[in-house]
Ligand binder design. Structure first.
Ligand code: BG6
Length: 310
């Protein structure tokens, strides 16, 4: 596995060609390519990458509040939209590799060389704690906490997982979400499966409560917070022209946000480019954002998503 670690980015490449690149600003995944070098995520051409604004595209990490702080939740009232994780500089803690199913594969008579390349994965770990937040940010959310964010690149998957620890002497509550921008070829031919019968809040209609029937398709601005009926592990799929393109499997994350800004909103965002880029992206965001996770002193909360191209 080849790793390069510059002053602002960490890149990992597997011997089979898959790669992932993470910016230390927000620990934002910028790029994830398959073995043929095909990009799987969408990144705006006009995004800032200089730390002046959250990165538009890839996988920004939302913590400790999703969206603008709800008016009835004073603890996060001072925070910017989507919190501070995506706009803080994280520390690269190191990498580890694993060849998880070597024994299993060998017992089926494969050669060891095949095993090593078939199942190699690399995990990159990033850390952010209250102690290394910018002082002005710390004032906005004055809790002692630790975050460990791991990005694991496999031959046919990308996982992101987060461990939140409460290092304070009183409880705090939070929301968390992986704001993944998937690269797609045509939003008009894209559907999201796995949300049938799920209740959702429609943010384009003042958070109106509705129930999904069949797959989600896109004909206008879409901004919805779903709670899938099958529970936190139930996969949600991105389907293009009737064929599954990605499965998203969640661990300990009960909600799924589906977002596409469509033409006018996309054109109104200076960091969203090109203007018709909304046709090439869809955000499917695994999170815990309806209500709050309460973490007691000394406790930890763990969550993850695994994206599997189909
Ligand atoms: C989505 C929200 O998760 O993120 C949308 O549901 C929001 O309401 C979108 O517009 C983008 O947010 P931001 O802060 O990155 O522009």
């Amino acid at each position: 596995v080849s790793i390069s670690h510059g002053s602002s980015r960490v890149t990992a490449v597997l011997p089979t060609g898959q790669s992932v690149e993470v910016h230390l600003y927000g620990a934002t995944v910028l790029s994830w390519k398959d073995s043929r070098g095909q990009e799987q995520l969408w990144l705006s051409e006009t995004t800032k990458l200089d730390g002046s604004k959250a990165i538009r595209g890839g996988i920004p990490l939302v913590f400790p509040v999703f969206g603008p702080s709800p008016p009835d939740h004073p603890a996060t009232a001072q925070l910017p939209q989507h919190g501070f994780a995506r706009t803080s500089r994280w520390e690269f803690l190191g990498k580890s590799t694993s060849e998880s199913s070597e024994v299993f594969q060998s017992s089926r008579g494969q050669s060891s060389a095949e095993v090593a390349t078939a199942d190699l994965s690399v995990k990159l770990d990033f850390g952010l704690s209250s102690g290394n937040l910018e002082p002005e940010v710390r004032k906005l959310w004055p809790h002692a906490f630790g975050l460990i964010y791991s990005v694991t690149l496999g031959c046919n998957s990308l996982s992101t997982s987060l461990v939140v620890t409460n290092e304070d002497d009183k409880p705090f509550d939070f929301q968390v979400l992986f704001h993944t921008y998937f690269g797609i070829s045509d939003i008009n031919k894209t559907e999201i499966a796995g949300l049938d019968k799920a209740e959702y809040l429609d943010k384009t209609e003042g958070y109106a409560a509705k129930t999904q029937s069949a797959n989600v398709s896109f004909t206008r601005e879409t901004d919805r917070v779903y709670t899938p009926v099958g529970g936190p592990r139930e996969p949600v799929s991105i389907v293009e022209s009737g064929k599954k393109r990605f499965d998203v499997v969640r661990d300990n994350l009960g909600d799924v946000v589906v977002w596409n800004p469509w033409q006018d909103k996309a054109a109104g965002m200076a960091d969203f480019g090109p203007d018709d880029g909304y046709k090439k992206m869809v955000c499917v965001e695994a999170g815990s954002v309806r209500g709050w996770q309460v973490l007691e002193p000394g406790d930890a909360f763990e969550c993850a998503q695994t994206i599997v191209p189909q």
